[in-house]
Design a protein around this ligand. Structure first.
Ligand code: ASP
Ligand code: MG
Length: 481
């Protein structure tokens, strides 16, 4: 019997109408005799509100966090009222929701007394989003006669204690899921699982990072040995470009794990970047589909790297990044400058999106997100103070009005001329490239241009991706269904 794991994102569970749609989809799959595990996000906007409630509480603004609490209450109660008819069923789930909301208020109160929301407390606070949504959705499904059980993922996903960005401890997680969830699944009960949340071995709540319920779903899919993982979202699939940047954007029928990994990392917001990690080794196909257009087959993601003649599949642009350049004549052949720079960057709390150095070794540059850029610059300057004093390093320059553009396509590997094609195209259109990097996976090329050139650059390169879609369609490469 086929076994699927599926995840519904924030907009897919964002209102009574959306949840009704989710119930239909789940009922449909169960009707086809499948075993299902369902992972859900918080209702759209709730995680942001909960984070706001944390900062409101930390700064003693009781009115603000109480208002947030009331808004979140209204959202969930509205779903219950719209979708659950039986008064006793309604009362039961209302009571559960109210109990959780009380927990949220109490935690806010504690935070306001402490005057600080630590990452650990913040994780406990945001966890209410998924704990609420999963209970309400499970209650709605049960009321429609589906055999479901609400499940808290913190009982199964065991993580390290990196709060707000925890990683699973695989062996423990796997054995808990196999022992605790698999038998139930096999007996035909569908668990409705909180996304996003885990817990340390001693039971302290953690979260897997913003957007992390995709990752949760992949963890369950892998440990439950699912035949397929479906990520239900609010777009038809993975697109060749952001339709807000170029309206010609189209849905890609197929991308490889590697390609989707690069796309997620470089700003295509369809999937959390860690999602493919658990499923790649087990070769579990992943499909991205639209809750609001379930007739569309979506985008299939799998192991096969499908090389076509025109290999560029998609183009992404990341805004709100800054480029730092460390330059000077004294860097030539001096080991350790880059190492110390990156360590200082890490200590300033920034992760690096892209690095590039020319072999002249007179300079190298790297990019970080805007809000951290000034801190990173100061940290690097402090670290390299001696070299700057001795004029071995001239300066650490910060450039903020730039974007990273990435072209993705696994077929680039071993295909000469792709980079050439990309950059001559940009050259012909007088778009200046400030820095270039290609990952050794050879699955993508990233480069930096001025922010003003973003739309033009994406538009030009997107034409190449659209050619790929056309070609693949013509040669049958694009029909994985
Ligand atoms: N609710 C969490 C967030 O908004 C996790 C998720 O939706 O994937 O980040
Ligand atoms: Mg998401």
């Amino acid at each position: 019997m086929a076994r699927f794991t599926m995840k519904f994102g924030g907009t897919s569970v964002g209102s009574a109408e959306a949840i009704a749609q989710v119930v239909d989809i789940v009922g449909d799959h169960l009707g086809q005799g499948r075993q299902l595990a369902v992972v859900v996000s918080a209702m759209a906007g709730v995680t942001d509100m909960l984070l706001d409630s944390a900062s409101a509480a930390a700064s003693g603004r009781q009115d603000a966090y109480m208002e947030i609490n009331a808004t979140i209450a209204a959202m969930h109660l509205a779903v219950i009222d719209a979708l659950i008819k039986s008064p006793s069923d309604r009362d039961a789930i209302r009571a559960e929701v109210n109990e959780l909301l009380k927990g949220h208020r109490e935690l806010c109160e504690a935070v306001s007394i402490l005057g600080e929301a630590t990452p650990r407390i913040s994780d406990a606070l945001v966890s209410f989003g998924e704990r609420l949504s999963s209970r309400v959705i499970a209650a709605v499904m049960a009321a429609k006669g589906l055999s479901v059980r609400q499940v808290d993922s913190n009982d199964f996903i065991v993580t390290d204690n990196v709060f707000q960005n925890a990683d699973p401890l695989w062996d423990e997680t796997e054995s808990r899921i196999v022992d605790g969830l698999l038998p139930e699944l096999e007996s035909g009960v569908t668990p409705i699982i909180t996304g996003f949340i885990g817990a340390t071995p001693d039971g302290i709540l953690t979260t897997l990072g913003r957007g992390g319920s995709d990752f949760s779903a992949a963890i369950f899919a892998a440990c439950l040995r699912s035949d397929e993982l479906i990520i239900w979202t609010d777009v038809d699939g993975v697109m060749t470009a952001d339709p807000r940047l170029d309206e010609r954007a189209r849905v890609l029928p197929y991308v490889s794990y590697q390609e989707i990994g690069e796309l997620a990392f470089y700003g295509a917001k369809v999937l959390h970047p860690k999602t493919v990690q658990p499923i790649i080794t087990r070769d579990i196909p992943l499909r991205v589909r639209n809750t609001f257009n379930p007739a569309h087959p979506g985008t299939m993601v799998g192991a096969r790297a499908q090389a076509s003649e025109t290999v560029i599949k998609a183009v992404t642009g990341i805004r709100d990044v800054s480029m730092l350049t460390v330059s000077g004549p004294g860097m030539l052949g001096v080991p350790g400058i880059a190492g110390r720079t990156f360590l200082a960057t890490a200590k300033a709390g920034a992760s690096i999106l892209m690095i590039s150095q020319a072999s002249s070794e007179q300079s190298f540059c790297f990019t970080v997100v805007d809000p951290l850029a000034q801190n990173v610059k100061e940290a690097v300057e402090a670290e390299l103070r001696r070299e700057i004093l001795h004029n071995d390093i001239d300066s650490v320059d910060l450039l903020s009005d730039i974007v990273i553009i990435t072209v993705v396509g696994a077929g680039m590997r071993g295909t000469p001329g792709i980079a050439g094609r990309v950059f001559s195209l940009l050259g012909e259109r007088s778009i200046n490239v400030l820095a270039i990097a290609q990952g050794s996976s050879e699955c993508s090329i990233s480069f930096i241009v001025a922010e003003d050139d973003l739309e033009r650059a994406v538009g030009e390169l997107h034409t190449l991706a659209l050619e790929t879609v056309e070609n693949d369609r013509a040669t049958g490469l694009a029909s994985p269904y």
